[in-house]
Design a protein around this ligand. Structure first.
Ligand SMILES: O=C(O)C1=C[C@@H](OP(=O)(O)O)[C@@H](O)[C@H](O)C1
Ligand SMILES: C=C(OP(=O)(O)O)C(=O)O
Length: 441
């Protein structure tokens, strides 16, 4: 599907979609236990891949009419899957499920789409092999398809922290079910660190203890997964919220003609309660760009008004998924925006530094790309509508949709269906805010 977006103001109230990261973890934690209900889950292409993996290991995932997931777990012992596990486009699914597969008494094969089959898995495969499983890439290049033979005993292992935090998450989730536990030593600084805190917070809610150590993390073996309450409720997703906040910052207003900076064009986002998500830093970032934003943390409500924006310098070491949103804010802002500490953003569904540089160029925006940074020259840029490519990547599509709101003329985004990965209702949400979206082939 392609979409054509007409520029125009946004305004109104919109709910945040549920967190993808928490939903993946909750489905797997419930799967590792006996039974649990996951309320308000994100039901998207990526989280459905995780649900399929739980079923492949012998669990059952049923979606109730209220959207909650009733999960019967495999109680700590995954069965050997009867078929290949297709992780589709989801890195989180592949990393976490690979580690759980190392607990099965037999062979699991994992694959995914072309994008996922190009992403790095080598350090995780090496770690699982050191811990007593046999885990390898069919092509010997550290990429899926993967073959994993269990079962791993646990022990001490070193792993780089600057490729993906999901390796750490995977070892903590599966390590609790090993005999010996896992003592994980980081060979480098940890990028995307808040995601490990999301993992530790969720594991604690499922009765699994983890520890931060002098050089990494540790999880004792022989633990079991059981939620404190029968039902686990998923919080809102701040990576998804970033597009809504950015839309409010650059195009807030209403049909009656609110003016930037006057507080008349408020956009409100509900369901934005605090959690361990590092991407909640987007709230501070839009404020640094100059947009008036308020966050009622108790109520979970964010309000944002449009304002003239000025460029900022921002590190995405902890928040890689914010890069596309920040790049678009930088394109609209006056002056230069430098997005730094970004090398790991190249290992996502696509190389997002490169993808944003090339698609923003089509809209008339000048950028400078380095290995670990993207500088957006907002002052030298005028956004002009064009046909742009989503690179098969949900976050590129959504960020470009925000840019389209303030481009001069219509913008067509190719491959817009990829929003299904993390925010299936994204274009409906945009329409509810007053955006004119034309979906076509
Ligand atoms: O654990 C998670 O839920 C995620 C971790 C991050 O990946 P990396 O740790 O690979 O940077 C992030 O980019 C991804 O969208 C979700
Ligand atoms: C990189 C992402 O997810 P994953 O690693 O699970 O594919 C993402 O959602 O931006």
């Amino acid at each position: 599907m392609d979409v054509t977006i007409s520029p125009g103001p946004v305004g109104g109230t919109v709910p945040a979609p549920p967190s993808k990261s928490y939903t993946h973890r909750a489905i797997l934690a419930a799967g590792c236990g006996q039974r649990a209900v996951v309320a308000d889950p994100l039901w998207s292409a990526d989280t459905r891949a995780t649900a399929r993996a739980v079923e492949a290991f012998g669990g059952a995932v049923e979606r109730r009419t209220d959207g909650a997931l009733e999960i019967q777990g495999f109680e700590g012992t995954p069965a050997v899957p009867a078929d290949v596990i297709d992780c589709a486009n989801s890195g989180t699914t592949m990393r976490l499920v690979t580690a759980i597969a190392a607990l099965a008494d037999g062979t699991t094969v994992l694959t995914g789409d072309e994008s996922l089959r190009s992403r790095p898995q080598g350090p995780l495969l090496d770690a699982l092999s050191e811990l007593g499983a046999t885990a390898r890439s069919t092509r010997g290049n550290g990429q899926a398809p993967l073959i994993v033979d269990g079962s791993m005993a646990g022990g001490t292992v070193s792993i780089p922290g600057d490729v993906s935090s999901q390796y750490v998450t995977a070892l903590l989730v599966a390590g609790a079910l090993t005999d010996a536990g896992i003592d994980l030593r980081l060979e480098t600084e940890l990028k995307s660190a808040p995601y490990v805190e999301v993992t530790r917070e969720l594991l604690a809610d499922f009765g699994v203890e983890t520890r931060e150590t002098a050089d990494g993390f540790a999880v004792a073996g022989g633990q079991s997964y059981h939620p404190a309450d029968d039902t686990y409720a998923v919080p809102g997703d701040f990576s998804s919220i970033s597009y809504l906040l950015a839309a409010g910052a650059v195009a807030g207003g209403d049909a009656s003609g609110a003016t930037a900076g006057t507080g008349e064009g408020t956009l409100e986002i509900t369901g934005a309660r605090p959690s361990a998500q590092g991407d909640s830093a987007i709230v501070e970032h839009v404020a640094e760009f100059g947009a008036p934003v308020e966050w009622d943390r108790d109520d979970g409500t964010l309000t944002i008004d449009p304002a003239p924006l000025s460029g900022i310098e921002v590190s995405v070491a902890d928040t890689p998924d914010l890069l596309p949103t920040l790049a678009v804010l930088g394109a609209v802002a006056d002056g230069e925006t430098s997005i730094v500490d970004a090398e790991h953003v190249r290992y996502k569904e696509t190389d997002r530094i490169d993808a944003m540089a090339s698609e923003l160029a089509k809209l008339g925006v000048e950028t400078t790309e380095e290995r670990d940074s993207l500088t957006v020259h907002g002052d030298e840029s005028t956004l002009t509508g064009a046909t742009v490519d989503g690179h098969g990547d949900h976050r590129i599509v959504m960020a470009l949709a925000v840019a389209a709101l303030v481009a001069d003329g219509e913008t067509t985004i190719r491959g817009a269906e990829h929003v299904d990965v993390s925010f299936p209702d994204f274009f409906d949400a945009f329409e509810s805010l007053g955006v004119v979206v034309d979906r076509h082939e």
